[in-house]
Ligand binder design. Structure first.
Ligand code: ZN
Length: 299
């Protein structure tokens, strides 16, 4: 971002002006010691939930000043590199706070998770959020199978993600950086997520179900790994082929009691949980896709 804009976005002083500004240094020190610390941009809860301070103006200013970056696509080198940790003493800088805000906005616009390398920034931070609206066109039985429920925006800086149980599940995954494709990926059903929030406070929680899948997918991005590295390669397909039959020995979708080779299974392909882990397919987009299909057929 242009330095001038960064300067304009820098947080104002921690103390209000006026009376305090005119007070003596000793009374100012006393007043300061009584004041609770005022976060410049927001507060991170232990589960990573990011509660923005109403005075955080990055959201509007990003749009006004420069717009949002594009999500880079597979083949872009930074998607295959190990991202760098963010020094904790830099978390409160405008540079990092602007990045976090931009990532949250892109995530809200386009899906349920985003890692910094996906917008070309090689830092170890990811965001995730799942809303009622985002899952409004997913059938209830799919939501139940995926153990998917809404959760507020989370920001995890310098994360570690470790299995919290041996149980796994196999579902379709997609990625904003591999647009237009899906593959079946086995993930742990519960993971422990540790790191720092967007205010530098410790984050430590257990993510379950679909949230656990998102966390594992985003964590992979920070290590230069894409879901295509983990998928059952024979299930890889374009998104408009999701309803086509899987190979006859395709693995069983859904939860599995423990890690193991993909179980053989037959049956219907119309797989439960045919939803993208990162980008969602909204109703409008589906309708548009259906329209395009008809157009193609009519030609
Ligand atoms: Zn992704």
């Amino acid at each position: 971002m242009a330095p001038a804009v960064t300067a304009a976005l820098a947080p104002s002083g921690r103390l209000p002006g006026g009376a305090l500004a005119r007070a003596s240094s000793s009374s100012r020190r006393r007043a300061r010691s009584r004041l609770p610390p005022r976060p410049a941009y927001g507060v991170s809860r232990p589960d990573g939930t990011w509660v923005e301070n109403p005075t955080n103006q990055f959201a509007q200013l990003i749009n006004i000043a420069k717009g949002k970056r594009d999500v880079v696509q597979a083949g872009t080198p930074c998607l295959r590199e190990i991202a760098e940790p963010i020094p904790p003493d830099q978390i409160d800088t405008a540079k990092i706070q602007e990045l976090v805000q931009e990532m949250l906005q892109i995530c809200r616009d386009r899906g349920v998770g985003l890692a910094a390398p996906q917008i070309g920034v090689p830092y170890r931070v990811f965001v995730m959020e799942d809303t009622e609206e985002g899952m409004s066109d997913v059938p209830a039985e799919d939501l139940a199978a995926q153990d998917r429920a809404p959760f507020a925006a989370k920001v995890i800086i310098n994360p570690t993600v470790t299995p919290a149980s041996a149980a796994t599940a196999l579902f379709w995954e997609g990625c904003l950086s591999v647009q237009g494709y899906r593959g079946l990926v086995r993930r742990f059903l519960a993971v422990r997520v540790e790191g720092l929030g967007a205010d530098g406070a410790p984050v430590d929680f257990v993510a379950k179900g679909w949230q656990a899948r998102i966390a594992q997918h985003e964590m992979d991005h920070l290590n230069g790994v894409l879901y295509v590295d983990r998928m059952d390669t024979r299930t890889f397909r374009r998104v408009d082929k999701l309803d086509e039959p899987l190979p006859g020995d395709h693995p069983e979708l859904g939860p599995a009691p423990k890690i193991g080779p993909c179980a053989a299974g037959g049956g219907d392909v119309r797989a439960r949980g045919a939803d993208d882990v990162e980008g969602f397919i909204g109703k409008k987009k589906k309708a548009a896709a259906a329209g395009n299909k008809k157009k193609r057929r009519s030609r």
